[in-house]
Design a binder for this molecule. Structure first.
Ligand code: SF4
Length: 373
């Protein structure tokens, strides 16, 4: 079996590890549909093609949702570190990809499997490759190996999969939430604080949405905690999709818009500085799949509106539907130069989605529109 034949399975299996929040379903292959090439959102927000692949799809764990779980009937393959490094460099030198995202099943011993990932990164750095490397840290990896991985990689991640220990236990009997996942994430955070050159693009994580009964409030509560306490850079939300020959093959799939709404709400928490209690949850703890969470916040807090554009603080401006961070900054900058806004067109020129913002703003004390109720 040659490297490209293995890639058919090990590149395809890697699609379950997300690295692109612009496409919350599994990322499409980049142009040309090349095996192992996925569009990805880089840490600086650019969309770049990554070589995304597993070292092996052999795994001794029993995660109920996973294509690679032990006992599931499928062909199993494994790369050697040298073989995978050569394959990646072949893609990179032909400019098919701009970086590597490497994950792995756990073939026997956790640290032996993780060491192979680290070895790939080491071979590439020794070769002189100084581009982007994202290493997936396997649950339960030793402190020393995490350290080695962080010395070599730009970014590392551990998949949390669930937001609570109970939810996690529903999904697997072979991993421990607090020890194998959370403790490792804390180590990563401490190591990065001690030496910012280690995994300088930080750590990320991924949740499976809809495989357990966990609600959006639990999931977003956990992500908010991770942003605040462990300096998590990003959470990815993977919509559960049932696979044949797994214990969850008959499990329902989540609402098609649920992950997109979670991304929007998560963005408000992580990037806009919203508190969890500003988000609107229904009696089951879920956000409305039909409405943008920021719009939902505004409708639920009409006493805070309309916002006078000529007087509002930055935090007040970014809470108005239709006003993003960039347009809020532009408004403040122009106001500091003496500008007073009088017409919607002036806001439109700054990037404000005026139709959306109109019912929630005042310009020079005059209301722009009402919601009609
Ligand atoms: S440890 Fe990873 S590869 Fe193994 S069964 Fe669980 S999710 Fe799948």
């Amino acid at each position: 079996m040659n490297s490209l034949q293995k890639l058919k399975v090990l590149g395809e299996s890697a699609k379950y590890d997300l690295c692109n929040y612009a496409d919350p379903n599994f990322e499409t292959y980049a142009s040309g549909k090349m095996l192992g090439v996925y569009n990805s959102t880089a840490p600086d927000g650019r969309c770049i093609p990554l070589f995304k692949v597993l070292m092996t799809n052999k795994c001794s764990n029993d995660c109920k949702y996973c294509v690679n779980r032990s006992g599931r009937k499928c062909e199993r393959f494994e790369y050697t570190p040298q073989e995978l490094s050569n394959l990646f460099l072949n893609y990179f030198n032909r400019r098919y990809v701009e970086g590597l995202f490497l994950s792995s099943g756990i073939s026997g011993d956790i640290n032996t499997s993780m060491e192979k990932e680290v070895e790939v990164a080491r071979i590439l750095r020794d070769y002189g490759y100084d581009g982007y490397i994202h290493l997936k840290i396997l649950p339960g990896t030793s402190y020393d190996l995490i350290k080695s991985a962080m010395h070599l990689a730009d970014r590392v991640s551990i998949n949390m999969e669930a937001a609570t220990p109970d939810g996690f236990e529903e999904l697997t009997s072979t991993k421990n939430y607090n020890i194998d996942i959370l403790r490792r994430m804390k180590w990563i955070s401490k190591l990065a604080k001690r030496d910012p050159a280690m995994a300088p693009s930080g750590q990320t994580t991924q949740f499976i949405i809809g495989a357990t009964d966990e609600n959006d409030e639990e999931i977003l509560g956990m992500t908010k905690n991770l942003y605040d306490k462990l300096e998590l850079k990003r959470s990815y939300f993977s919509a559960f999709s049932p696979l044949e020959d797994t214990p969850l093959e008959k499990h329902d799939i989540p609402h098609p818009k649920r992950t997109s709404r979670l991304y929007q709400a998560d963005f408000l928490l992580n990037s806009y500085g919203f508190d969890l209690d500003e988000l609107v949850f229904d009696e089951n703890g879920n956000i409305d799949t039909q409405i943008d969470p920021k719009y939902s916040f505004a409708l639920n807090n009409m006493d805070l509106f309309p916002t006078e554009i000529n007087e509002a603080s930055y935090d007040e401006l970014i809470r108005v539907p239709g006003i993003g961070k960039i347009s809020a900054k532009r408004i403040i900058t122009l106001r500091k130069r003496g500008k007073r806004f009088e017409k919607l067109e002036e806001l439109q020129e700054l990037g404000v989605a005026v139709k959306r913002a109109e019912p929630f703003i005042k310009l020079n004390k005059s209301y722009q529109a009402t919601l009609g109720f």
